[in-house]
Design a protein around this ligand. Structure first.
Ligand code: ZN
Length: 294
């Protein structure tokens, strides 16, 4: 958390509010936040002042702020990953203990924007270019297909893994090198809708099975973007204006362990895969057996 739909919501909020404005301030307040390339941001950061925010892009769970200078081709990308609970806010929240979790403070044409990240799993770094798919160059090999940007390539990406791996399908969906942008929430929802058990080996899925999972990935992600993401009880995700998303009301398995399955009434079960608990229904998700091939 936040996953693709939440980051996409923040991207579109930032685009609406900040594109066309000029960068007046870039202040990094957390050493850990710039761990990927500290020197680069400290040295190049001041040169970015006066640049215009020409686009707000996203790939997987990464936000990519495009900063253009006055010269043709003078473009830098400020890349932000929100980690476990990072948020962009327009006004700093008031904390009862006075703690300030601001990790970055930027100002575009007198409008302030803060990266608020209590757990500091988020990060910020500078990139000089994006590859053909729109991935930050240094992450090209670490990010697979973005299902919102390239919905028609999801089945192909899963199919490639299926021929060389017998990993659990849940672990494959969480692997950013295969599908970029899914986390625990959306991969659980995808598998319930595909009727595949999270521990089912990806190699045991036939072509139609792969297609069913791929279709569910695209369907779940698109619907969640329309509903502006999922805000859980911990309120760690809110949009730029502090409003919650509403996809949480569509959750059929995530966060519903031991509650009754909404389809069959059986208690929702859970299993530990790739270090995360996956919620699933042992009746509704029985691998490929129950699929309707007609
Ligand atoms: Zn069920």
């Amino acid at each position: 958390m936040p996953e693709l739909p939440e980051v996409e919501t923040i991207r579109s909020d930032l685009a609406l509010r900040f594109i066309g404005l000029r960068l007046e301030m870039l202040k990094i307040l957390g050493e850990r936040t710039i761990r990927r390339n500290k020197t680069n941001l400290e040295e190049v950061g001041p040169e970015l002042l006066g640049r215009q925010l020409s686009d707000a892009k996203r790939y997987g769970k990464y936000l990519i702020l495009e900063l253009s200078g006055s010269q043709i081709g003078e473009i830098s990308y400020l890349v932000v990953h929100l980690g476990m609970s990072g948020r962009f806010v327009l006004q700093l929240p008031e904390m009862p203990n006075g703690r300030d979790h601001t990790k970055m403070h930027v100002r575009f044409s007198e409008e302030d924007l803060y990266l608020w990240d209590p757990r500091t799993f988020g990060e910020v770094f500078l990139e000089t270019g994006l590859d053909d798919l729109g991935r930050p160059m240094t992450l090209s090999k670490r990010l697979g297909i973005d299902p919102y940007l390239y919905p028609h390539n999801v089945a192909g990406a899963l199919g490639e893994v299926a021929v060389r791996s017998s990993r659990a399908i849940k672990a494959v969906l969480l692997d950013q090198k295969v599908i970029a942008g899914l986390g625990n929430i959306y991969s659980d929802e995808v598998l319930f809708r595909s009727r595949v058990s999270p521990s089912f080996p990806v190699s045991a899925l036939d072509k139609r099975g792969i297609e069913r999972v791929a279709e569910a990935v695209v369907e779940v992600v698109n619907k969640a973007v329309v509903l502006r993401g999922s805000s859980l009880k911990d309120k760690s995700y809110m949009d730029l204006s502090g409003r919650p998303g509403s996809y949480q009301s569509e959750h059929l398995v995530y966060g519903r362990y031991s509650k009754a399955c909404m389809v069959c009434g059986e208690d929702i079960d859970r299993v530990l895969i790739a270090g995360r608990y996956s919620s699933f229904c042992s009746i509704c998700q029985q691998g490929a057996d129950r699929w309707d091939y007609s």
